[in-house]
Design a protein around this ligand. Structure first.
Ligand code: ZN
Length: 202
Protein backbone atom coordinates (compact mmCIF):
# COMPACT_ATOMS: atom_id res chain seq x y z
CA UNK A 1 0.00 0.00 0.00
CA UNK A 2 1.00 3.60 -0.35
CA UNK A 3 0.24 6.82 1.46
CA UNK A 4 -0.63 9.82 -0.69
CA UNK A 5 -0.37 13.19 1.05
CA UNK A 6 -1.72 16.57 0.01
CA UNK A 7 0.19 19.72 0.91
CA UNK A 8 -1.20 23.27 1.24
CA UNK A 9 -4.86 22.26 1.14
CA UNK A 10 -5.99 24.98 3.59
CA UNK A 11 -5.32 28.61 2.69
CA UNK A 12 -4.57 29.60 6.32
CA UNK A 13 -1.84 26.95 6.58
CA UNK A 14 -0.29 27.81 3.19
CA UNK A 15 -0.08 31.38 4.47
CA UNK A 16 1.57 30.50 7.80
CA UNK A 17 4.44 28.81 5.92
CA UNK A 18 4.64 31.63 3.35
CA UNK A 19 3.54 29.36 0.53
CA UNK A 20 1.26 30.32 -2.33
CA UNK A 21 -2.24 28.87 -2.47
CA UNK A 22 -1.91 26.16 -5.16
CA UNK A 23 -4.00 25.95 -8.34
CA UNK A 24 -3.89 22.15 -8.18
CA UNK A 25 -3.16 19.81 -5.26
CA UNK A 26 0.46 19.56 -4.05
CA UNK A 27 1.16 15.82 -3.78
CA UNK A 28 3.85 13.77 -2.05
CA UNK A 29 4.09 10.15 -0.89
CA UNK A 30 5.07 8.24 2.21
CA UNK A 31 6.03 4.55 2.12
CA UNK A 32 4.17 1.95 4.22
CA UNK A 33 7.14 1.93 6.64
CA UNK A 34 6.12 5.47 7.67
CA UNK A 35 3.08 4.16 9.57
CA UNK A 36 3.53 4.37 13.33
CA UNK A 37 2.55 0.91 14.67
CA UNK A 38 -0.56 0.94 16.87
CA UNK A 39 0.19 1.52 20.54
CA UNK A 40 3.70 2.88 19.91
CA UNK A 41 4.85 6.27 21.17
CA UNK A 42 6.26 8.71 18.61
CA UNK A 43 10.03 9.13 18.94
CA UNK A 44 11.47 12.43 17.71
CA UNK A 45 14.15 11.45 15.15
CA UNK A 46 17.65 12.73 15.95
CA UNK A 47 18.01 14.44 12.55
CA UNK A 48 15.48 17.17 13.42
CA UNK A 49 15.44 20.01 15.96
CA UNK A 50 12.01 21.18 14.76
CA UNK A 51 9.72 18.20 14.45
CA UNK A 52 6.18 19.44 13.84
CA UNK A 53 2.67 17.99 14.04
CA UNK A 54 0.22 18.32 11.14
CA UNK A 55 -3.31 17.18 11.99
CA UNK A 56 -5.18 15.85 8.96
CA UNK A 57 -8.29 14.00 7.84
CA UNK A 58 -7.21 10.64 6.41
CA UNK A 59 -9.28 8.43 4.12
CA UNK A 60 -8.77 4.79 3.22
CA UNK A 61 -9.33 3.61 -0.33
CA UNK A 62 -11.40 0.43 -0.52
CA UNK A 63 -11.79 -0.03 -4.26
CA UNK A 64 -9.28 -0.24 -7.12
CA UNK A 65 -9.38 2.72 -9.47
CA UNK A 66 -7.59 4.88 -12.02
CA UNK A 67 -8.81 8.09 -13.73
CA UNK A 68 -11.69 8.32 -11.27
CA UNK A 69 -14.23 11.04 -12.02
CA UNK A 70 -14.95 13.40 -9.13
CA UNK A 71 -18.66 12.54 -9.17
CA UNK A 72 -17.87 8.84 -8.64
CA UNK A 73 -15.02 9.33 -6.16
CA UNK A 74 -17.27 8.78 -3.12
CA UNK A 75 -17.62 5.13 -4.15
CA UNK A 76 -13.92 4.52 -3.56
CA UNK A 77 -13.81 5.04 0.22
CA UNK A 78 -16.05 4.26 3.14
CA UNK A 79 -13.89 5.03 6.17
CA UNK A 80 -11.89 7.96 7.40
CA UNK A 81 -10.01 9.02 10.50
CA UNK A 82 -7.73 11.72 11.83
CA UNK A 83 -3.99 11.34 11.54
CA UNK A 84 -0.74 13.19 12.04
CA UNK A 85 1.65 13.92 9.18
CA UNK A 86 4.83 14.41 11.24
CA UNK A 87 7.26 16.75 9.50
CA UNK A 88 10.92 17.58 10.17
CA UNK A 89 10.32 21.25 9.34
CA UNK A 90 13.99 22.30 9.58
CA UNK A 91 15.04 19.58 7.14
CA UNK A 92 12.06 20.29 4.85
CA UNK A 93 13.00 24.00 4.69
CA UNK A 94 16.56 23.11 3.64
CA UNK A 95 15.30 20.70 0.97
CA UNK A 96 12.77 23.26 -0.31
CA UNK A 97 15.47 25.95 -0.57
CA UNK A 98 17.51 23.64 -2.78
CA UNK A 99 14.50 22.52 -4.82
CA UNK A 100 14.96 18.94 -3.61
CA UNK A 101 12.26 16.34 -2.83
CA UNK A 102 10.79 16.38 0.71
CA UNK A 103 10.81 12.66 1.49
CA UNK A 104 13.56 12.72 4.12
CA UNK A 105 11.57 15.34 6.05
CA UNK A 106 8.13 13.78 5.56
CA UNK A 107 8.35 10.04 4.89
CA UNK A 108 10.63 8.73 7.66
CA UNK A 109 9.67 5.80 9.91
CA UNK A 110 6.82 6.69 12.25
CA UNK A 111 5.89 9.89 10.40
CA UNK A 112 2.31 8.75 9.76
CA UNK A 113 0.08 8.36 12.83
CA UNK A 114 -3.41 7.06 12.11
CA UNK A 115 -6.45 7.08 14.42
CA UNK A 116 -9.32 4.56 14.54
CA UNK A 117 -11.37 4.11 11.37
CA UNK A 118 -14.84 5.68 11.28
CA UNK A 119 -17.75 5.23 8.89
CA UNK A 120 -18.19 8.27 6.66
CA UNK A 121 -21.98 7.75 6.57
CA UNK A 122 -22.14 8.71 10.25
CA UNK A 123 -20.53 12.12 9.63
CA UNK A 124 -20.67 14.98 7.17
CA UNK A 125 -17.25 14.69 5.58
CA UNK A 126 -17.63 18.10 3.95
CA UNK A 127 -18.32 19.83 7.27
CA UNK A 128 -16.15 18.07 9.81
CA UNK A 129 -14.72 19.90 12.82
CA UNK A 130 -11.42 18.55 14.05
CA UNK A 131 -8.74 19.75 16.41
CA UNK A 132 -5.46 18.82 18.05
CA UNK A 133 -4.77 19.37 21.72
CA UNK A 134 -1.18 19.41 22.95
CA UNK A 135 -0.93 18.82 26.70
CA UNK A 136 -4.57 19.85 27.03
CA UNK A 137 -4.30 23.05 25.00
CA UNK A 138 -5.86 23.41 21.52
CA UNK A 139 -3.10 24.06 18.97
CA UNK A 140 -4.78 23.17 15.66
CA UNK A 141 -8.39 23.56 14.66
CA UNK A 142 -9.94 22.96 11.26
CA UNK A 143 -13.09 22.24 9.33
CA UNK A 144 -13.06 20.16 6.16
CA UNK A 145 -15.26 22.75 4.40
CA UNK A 146 -12.15 24.98 4.28
CA UNK A 147 -10.21 22.50 2.15
CA UNK A 148 -9.10 24.03 -1.14
CA UNK A 149 -9.59 20.62 -2.76
CA UNK A 150 -12.34 18.33 -1.40
CA UNK A 151 -11.74 14.64 -0.76
CA UNK A 152 -13.54 13.74 -4.00
CA UNK A 153 -11.58 16.29 -5.99
CA UNK A 154 -8.31 14.98 -4.50
CA UNK A 155 -9.21 11.42 -5.55
CA UNK A 156 -9.98 12.61 -9.09
CA UNK A 157 -6.68 14.52 -9.29
CA UNK A 158 -4.31 11.92 -7.80
CA UNK A 159 -5.88 9.01 -9.70
CA UNK A 160 -4.77 10.68 -12.94
CA UNK A 161 -1.23 9.78 -11.90
CA UNK A 162 -1.48 6.83 -9.50
CA UNK A 163 -3.66 3.73 -9.57
CA UNK A 164 -5.49 3.73 -6.26
CA UNK A 165 -5.46 0.34 -4.58
CA UNK A 166 -7.43 -1.14 -1.71
CA UNK A 167 -5.79 -0.07 1.55
CA UNK A 168 -4.09 3.04 0.18
CA UNK A 169 -4.36 6.06 2.48
CA UNK A 170 -4.80 9.70 1.59
CA UNK A 171 -3.72 12.43 4.04
CA UNK A 172 -5.78 15.43 2.95
CA UNK A 173 -3.70 18.33 4.27
CA UNK A 174 -3.42 20.31 7.49
CA UNK A 175 -5.09 23.52 8.70
CA UNK A 176 -3.09 26.31 10.39
CA UNK A 177 -1.45 25.90 13.78
CA UNK A 178 1.35 23.46 12.99
CA UNK A 179 4.07 23.54 15.62
CA UNK A 180 6.94 21.65 17.22
CA UNK A 181 6.53 18.68 19.53
CA UNK A 182 8.78 18.00 22.53
CA UNK A 183 9.60 14.87 24.52
CA UNK A 184 6.70 13.91 26.84
CA UNK A 185 4.08 15.93 24.97
CA UNK A 186 0.66 14.33 24.87
CA UNK A 187 -1.17 14.80 21.57
CA UNK A 188 -4.94 14.36 21.63
CA UNK A 189 -6.89 14.21 18.35
CA UNK A 190 -10.47 15.46 18.56
CA UNK A 191 -13.31 14.99 16.11
CA UNK A 192 -16.49 17.03 16.62
CA UNK A 193 -15.29 17.85 20.13
CA UNK A 194 -14.56 14.24 21.16
CA UNK A 195 -11.17 12.63 21.68
CA UNK A 196 -10.67 9.74 19.23
CA UNK A 197 -6.93 9.07 19.64
CA UNK A 198 -3.99 10.05 21.85
CA UNK A 199 -0.28 9.81 21.28
CA UNK A 200 2.72 10.33 23.53
CA UNK A 201 5.91 11.91 22.18
CA UNK A 202 9.23 10.42 23.36
ZN1 ZN B 1 0.61 17.40 5.84
Amino acid sequence: MKIICIGRNYADHAKELNNQVPAEPVVFLKPDSAILPKGNAFFIPDFSQNLQHELEIVIRIDRLGKHIEEKFAHRYYQEFTLGLDFTARDLQSKLKEKGLPWEKAKAFDGSAFIGPWLNKEEYDLNNLNFSLLKNGETVQKGNSKDMLFSVDRIIAEVSKYFTLKIGDLIFTGTPAGVGAVQTNDLLDLHLEGKSIAQLRVK
